[in-house]
Ligand binder design. Structure first.
Ligand code: PLP
Length: 447
C-alpha cells in the first residue's frame, strides 16, 4: 500500500498506482515512493513534483534525438488523419515501402530488405524464425540449432530468452526452446578493467564458438546471435578482433550471424549502426527503439538479399514466409520512422556520438578511484560504471545510486550493480559535465 506521502508526491491515489503491474520494476518499492515522469523536452524529463531530470539513458536507450520532437509529432498526427491503419497482410500502404527503402541505405551493400515488427523482442523472434526457415527453404533443414551467448539480452519472448543469457530472465519459464546452446560472455575484468573502448584482451573468447559448434556438429547450426555491444547486462564491449572471429567461424560453416542492434542501432556508438562501427557485416540485423526515436513502437529486421531471395520461390500466389504482426509497418509507426530519419539526417545525429566520444570517455573515466568503483567501460555514447556489490545484498548499492540520482535530477539505469548510461545523441558537453558531476557526488558518499 502506498503511503499518503506517496500519494501526495505522485498527485494520484493509491488505487491508481496499484492496478498497473509494472514491467521489470520493483512494484512494491515503486508504489511506496513513486517516480512519475509527466513531461519531457530535449534532454530533460519533468517529474510529477515539477523537477527537471536530465535524461542519462535516452529513456530506455531509444530517444536518440531527444524528447518532444515536433517534426515526429506532426508526422504522426497527419498520418492518423490521412490513413490511420491499413491491413498489414496482403495489403500495403506507401510509407512502409518508403521507410524500408530509406532504411536499407544505411546498411552495408547486400543487406537490402527489411521486415517490420513492433519491438526489439519481436525483431529477435522474427530474426530467429527467418534463420531457421531460411535453411529449411534452402533444403538444409538439418540446421535447427541456435547459439546465443551468456549474459546476452534479446528481449523477453521465448526465443529471445532461450538464446539470451541472463539467468533471472530465464529461470522461471520452463524448458524454453530446445536446440539452443551458448558461448561464453566476454567480460574479463582481471585483464580488461577500466578499458577505454574495445578491450585489448579476449578475442579468443570467440574460439568458444568453434568448441560449441564442434560439439553439436556444424551442419546442425542455423545461426549465432549476439549483441555487438551487450547492453542490458551492463555494457560489455567486444574485445578487439572478437566479432571478426565470430564472422569467420560462421562463414566457414555456413552459419548465419545475427547482430542484435536494438541498442547499438541508430547512432548509439557514433556510427549509424554497429556494423559500421566494428566493420563486421552479419547476415541479419535486428533493430527497434531508435527507429522511431522511441515515440511509437516499431522494430525493423534487416536481411541480406540472398536470404530474402531464397524465400521468393514456389507459386507466386503463395505466402513465402508465414510470419508477421497486425502492426508490422503500420502507417503511424512508418510515418514516425520517416520523420525520425529526417531529424537524424538533418542534424547529423547518427554520427554525432563520434564527435563526443572522447569527451564522454574522459568524463566517464574520471570516476575511476571513487569508492566502490571496480570497472568503467565505454563505447560511443554508452558508458558503464561497475560497483562492488554490498556483501549479501547484490544490486542494492547500484539501486541506491539510481534512487539518489533521481532525487538529484538525473536519470540513470542500473542492472545488477552496474550503472549504465546512454544519453540522447543531442547531449551537450555542458550536460555531460552535469551528468558526471552529479554521479561523482553520489558515488563519493554512497554506502
Ligand atoms: C539487445 C536488445 N534486444 C532486444 C531488446 C528487446 O526490446 P523490446 O524491449 O523493445 O522488446 C532489447 C531491449 O532493451 C535489447 O537491448
Amino acid at each position: 500500500m502506498a503511503s499518503e506521502a506517496a500519494d501526495a508526491r505522485s498527485g494520484l491515489t493509491t488505487n491508481n498506482l496499484e492496478a498497473f503491474w509494472m514491467p521489470f520494476t520493483a512494484n512494491r518499492q515503486f508504489k511506496q515512493t513513486p517516480r512519475l515522469l509527466v513531461g519531457a523536452e530535449g534532454m530533460y524529463y519533468r517529474s510529477a513534483d515539477g523537477r527537471e531530470i536530465l535524461d542519462g539513458t535516452a529513456g530506455l536507450w531509444c530517444v536518440n534525438a531527444g524528447h518532444g520532437r515536433k517534426h515526429i509529432a506532426d508526422a504522426i498526427a497527419a498520418q492518423v488523419m490521412e490513413l490511420d491503419y491499413a491491413p498489414a497482410f496482403q495489403m500495403g500502404h506507401p510509407k512502409a515501402f518508403e521507410l524500408a527503402a530509406r532504411l536499407v541505405t544505411y546498411m552495408p551493400a547486400g543487406i537490402d530488405h527489411v521486415f517490420f515488427t513492433n519491438s526489439g523482442s519481436e525483431s529477435v523472434e522474427t530474426g530467429l524464425k527467418m534463420a531457421l526457415a531460411y535453411h529449411k527453404v534452402k533444403g538444409d533443414g538439418g540446421r535447427f540449432r541456435l547459439i546465443g551467448r551468456e549474459r546476452g539480452y534479446h528481449g523477453v519472448n521465448f526465443g529471445g530468452i532461450s538464446v539470451g543469457g541472463i539467468v533471472t530472465n530465464r529461470k522461471h519459464f520452463g524448458t524454453l526452446l530446445t536446440g539452443v546452446d551458448h558461448i561464453r560472455h566476454t567480460h574479463d575484468p582481471a585483464r580488461n578493467a577500466f578499458s577505454r573502448g574495445q578491450p585489448e584482451h579476449g578475442a579468443e573468447f570467440a574460439d568458444d564458438l568453434d568448441k560449441v559448434i564442434t560439439l553439436h556438429d556444424p551442419s546442425t547450426i542455423a545461426a549465432v546471435i549476439v549483441e555487438p555491444v551487450a547492453g542490458s547486462t551492463g555494457v560489455l564491449v567486444p574485445p578487439k578482433g572478437y566479432l571478426e572471429k565470430l564472422r569467420a567461424t560462421c562463414d566457414k560453416h555456413g552459419i548465419l550471424l545475427i547482430f542484435d542492434e536494438v541498442i547499438t542501432g541508430f547512432g548509439r556508438l557514433g556510427a549509424p549502426f554497429a556494423v559500421d562501427y566494428f566493420g563486421v557485416t552479419p547476415d541479419i540485423v535486428l533493430t527497434a527503439k531508435g527507429v522511431t526515436n522511441g515515440v511509437v513502437p516499431m522494430g525493423a529486421v534487416f536481411v541480406k538479399k540472398e536470404i530474402y531471395e531464397t524465400f521468393m520461390n514456389g507459386p507466386e500466389h503463395m505466402i513465402e514466409f508465414f510470419h508477421g504482426y497486425t502492426y508490422s509497418g503500420n502507417p503511424v509507426s512508418s510515418a514516425a520512422g520517416l520523420a525520425t530519419l529526417d531529424i537524424y539526417e538533418e542534424e547529423g545525429l547518427l554520427n554525432r556520438g563520434a564527435e563526443l566520444a572522447d569527451y564522454w570517455a574522459d568524463a566517464l573515466h574520471s570516476l575511476k578511484g571513487l569508492p566502490h568503483v571496480i570497472d568503467i567501460r565505454n563505447c560511443g555514447l554508452v558508458g558503464a560504471i561497475e560497483l562492488e556489490p554490498i556483501a549479501g545484498q547484490p544490486t542494492k548499492r547500484a539501486f541506491t545510486a539510481f534512487l539518489q540520482a533521481f532525487e538529484k535530477g538525473l536519470l540513470i539505469r542500473t542492472t545488477g550493480d552496474i550503472i549504465a548510461l546512454s544519453p540522447p545523441l543531442i547531449i551537450t558537453k555542458g550536460q555531460i559535465d552535469k551528468l558526471f558531476d552529479t554521479l561523482k557526488d553520489i558515488l563519493q558518499s554512497l554506502d
